[in-house]
Structures are given as C-alpha cells and as structure tokens.
Design a protein. Structure first.
Length: 421
C-alpha cells in the first residue's frame, strides 16, 4: 500500500491509463524521505526498489518485532534450523529468483514425499514411486489432474504479464485495476468462488472435493468457497518447481534491506499515519515506550492490516482505518520431530510425508531443515488444546511438539498464504 502526496509532484512513474505520481522532496529539505512499515519480504523489497528509483532518498524501515523477515522466520531444534512460515517459493517468482541469484543464495528443494488425501480416513494414497502415484490418480480422477495442470499453467502465464507491466514502470491505484490489466478475466476471479468456477469448467466433483480441497486447505486453512484467484494461487504450489533459500527465506529480506542502505528501526509499533499540509506524519512507539514522530514524502504500508487494526490512517477529517482492515484466517502450526502414527490415521507405512485433509481439521507436511540435512513434520490445525485430544495426531516417536507457533494466513489482496508466488 503506497501513500503519496499528489499536491507536490515532480515526476510520473507510470504509463498506465490511471497514472500514479510521486512527490518532490519537501521544499524545506534536500532529500526525499520514505517510510516503509514492515520489514518482511514485501517491505525489504520495497526498500530495495525505492533505492534504485531514488538514489539519494533517506529510507526508514519500521518493524514492530526485533527481527527482519516477517512471516519468513526459522527456529532451531536438534542442532538444525527449520522454516516456520513462508517456507516455499515458486520457481516462476522472478523477483525472488533474481534476488537469490544476485545475492548468491543457495536453494533447497522440498523433500519428495508420499501424498495422502484424508477425510477422517484415507480417500487416496499415493506411492513413493511417482509414476505409480500418477497411475492411481488417473484411475480415481480420470484425466482431471492433467486438465487441472493445464488450467493452472494458463493462469500462471496470464499472471506473469505483471513482470512486463512493471518492467514498463506501470502502476495502479487499486488491486482491481492491476488485475484487469493482467487479464480481463482476473477481476471477476476475485469474487467468484473456486468451486463454482471449476464446476463450470467441467472438472469432476470428486477431484474438486478431494484433491483441490486438500491443496486449498493446506495453503489457506479455508474451503472451496475462496475466490478463484486465491484458489489458483494455491494450486500453483501443487506443480512446478518449488524451492527455499538455504539458511532460511528470511535471509532474502536481510540481504534486500542491506542492499537498500535503509535505516532499520526495530521494536517500533506504528500507531498513526496522517497526511498534513505537505507530507505524511508517522507516529510510532518504540522500545522502552519511546515516542517516534517523523515526516515523510512517501509511506509504504507493507504489513498485514488485520482486524482489530490498531494503526490509525488519517487524511484530513477522514479516518481510513475501517476501509483498510481485513479479517484473517487464524491457523495453528505445530512442529514434530517424529512422524504421526500411521495406524491411528489408517494410512500405510511408512508414514506419508504429506497428508491433506479434504475437510476442516488438520494438514501434515514433511519439511527439510534450512540446510536440507534433516526432516521435521509440520501440522496446520485447530487450536492446540483440541489438537492433543485427538490420538490420531500424536506423533509415533515423540511426545511433544518441537515448537508451536500461531500463524495467520489469508489470500492475496487480503493477504498471502504460505506459498510465495
């Protein structure tokens, strides 16, 4: 989200039909000042792009936690580090792939695991031998999985038009206008449900309610009533090459911030952004209850704005807070050093590395350590107290989670899921 004072303009940065202008630095200063709220991948990328566009700008990145990376964070267990959130990058994400190459960061592929679709009991069990899994899928779902793969590929090709638009410095004043520029069909995909669109496109009901539902739930913790655009993003993670940064995806954010030369202000809770006569005033509370107040020419909000929203955004007599806040889906993530009990789950042995629930409940995935040497099991579920009451989710070789962490996830233009696309 970008705030720019249109009353003091010096250059147009787009060639779109609905242009956005960037303000000239204040007359009382020689240098443009830019504030970026949030030090996740989005905020640190914004800092890097701002530095490329405004060589002499003074850039401040305000982060409410003590660290950089946002949802991309790691934890240690047994001498290894593991991704706790934002753990996967799609190979078609050109920006992150280019950043990783520029900073000479290695890539780690996710483990190749056996797939189980589960609705209380297994409805589909894959094999560790990939051709056999494909044969089983064709037997249960016909040519549906192959058609779905082509459906996702068409979506990706249209979505990749964004790189061409941004390469020409085009920008848009709303997500809807951006989507319409990518493809006329995309705007409608935000409001139409995934289930209805797949039914209209002739996909088999069984495949949609089992395979597609499992994929959407593991990414967003929601059902088939998500928007088509959101569902398509989730389905992208079921194919193509996926990777993570060796050492943790958070290192991308750290390298981007370092390359930007921005000043990082941690433990800074931003309370208010207000448009004054010429510039934006940003008010924050820093560590030790210290009050922070600064004026800026540009302000980027690169942090999730979920309800209840404590940040106040004010323009004259208008309080824009209610227009910006969004509801988020809360998901609990638990990490286990031992696999789940396959007998309690009624699954074959050895335990499957990926167990996708086709209905509300839980999803289990096997993940590499950030160096690729060791494995851990991650469970997305309902609250922990209810999770432990279910014997089927107790690990077969360990007694307690290695680590527990609350996560919030939702959809693009409402927020991202665990796949960075």
């Amino acid at each position: 989200m970008l705030f720019a004072d249109r009353r003091n303009l010096h250059r147009q940065v787009t060639i779109a039909s609905d242009p956005i202008h960037v303000p000239r630095a204040s007359r009382t200063t020689c240098v443009m000042k830019i504030a970026i709220i949030g030090a996740g991948i989005g905020g640190c990328s914004a800092a890097r792009f701002c530095r490329q566009e405004f060589k002499d700008a003074e850039i401040h990145v305000l982060e409410r936690t003590p660290r950089v990376g946002g949802r991309a964070c790691v934890f240690e267990s047994g001498g290894h580090t593991y991704e706790a959130g934002a753990s996967i990058v799609h190979s078609r994400n050109r920006y992150l792939a280019d950043f990783a190459a520029e900073f000479k960061l290695g890539q780690v592929a996710p483990p190749q695991t056996r797939l189980v679709l589960h609705n209380g009991r297994p409805v589909f069990e894959g094999s560790s031998f990939k051709p056999l899994t494909l044969a089983k899928m064709l037997r249960r779902y016909g040519l549906g999985p192959l058609r779905l793969e082509r459906w996702v590929e068409r979506f990706l090709r249209k979505f990749e038009h964004i790189y061409e638009l941004q390469g020409r410095s085009q920008a848009f004043t709303s997500p809807k206008k951006l989507l319409a520029a990518l493809d006329p069909e995309f705007e409608a995909m935000v409001s139409e449900t995934l289930k209805r669109r797949l039914e209209q496109d002739g996909f088999d009901k069984r495949m949609v309610e089992e395979l597609v539902a499992g994929i959407v739930r593991v990414n967003y913790g929601q059902g088939l009533d998500v928007g088509v655009f959101v569902g398509a993003v989730a389905l992208c993670g079921s194919g193509g090459k996926l990777w993570a940064v060796s050492g943790g995806n958070h290192t991308l954010a750290e390298k981007l911030l370092e390359a930007s030369g921005a000043k990082l202000i941690t433990d800074a809770k931003v309370l208010r952004i207000e448009l004054g006569q010429q510039r934006y005033t940003v008010e924050a509370r820093c560590a030790g209850a210290e009050r922070f107040v600064e004026e800026y020419d540009l302000v980027f909000v690169a942090a999730p704005q979920h309800e209840p929203l404590e940040l106040q955004i004010v323009k004259g007599s208008q309080n824009l807070t209610a227009q910006i806040a969004r509801r988020y889906q809360r998901i609990f993530a638990s990490f286990y050093s031992a696999p789940p009990c396959h007998l309690a789950l009624h699954c074959g042995s050895p335990p499957a590395g990926t167990i996708l629930s086709t209905s509300p409940g839980f999803n289990i995935g096997q993940y590499n350590s950030t160096g690729g040497e060791d494995l851990i099991w991650k469970v997305f579920s309902e609250p922990q107290s209810e999770l432990f009451s279910k014997s089927s989710l107790r690990p077969s070789g360990g007694h307690t989670p290695t680590r527990r962490r609350r996560e919030r996830k939702t959809s693009p233009f409402g927020r991202k899921g665990s796949i960075l696309l």
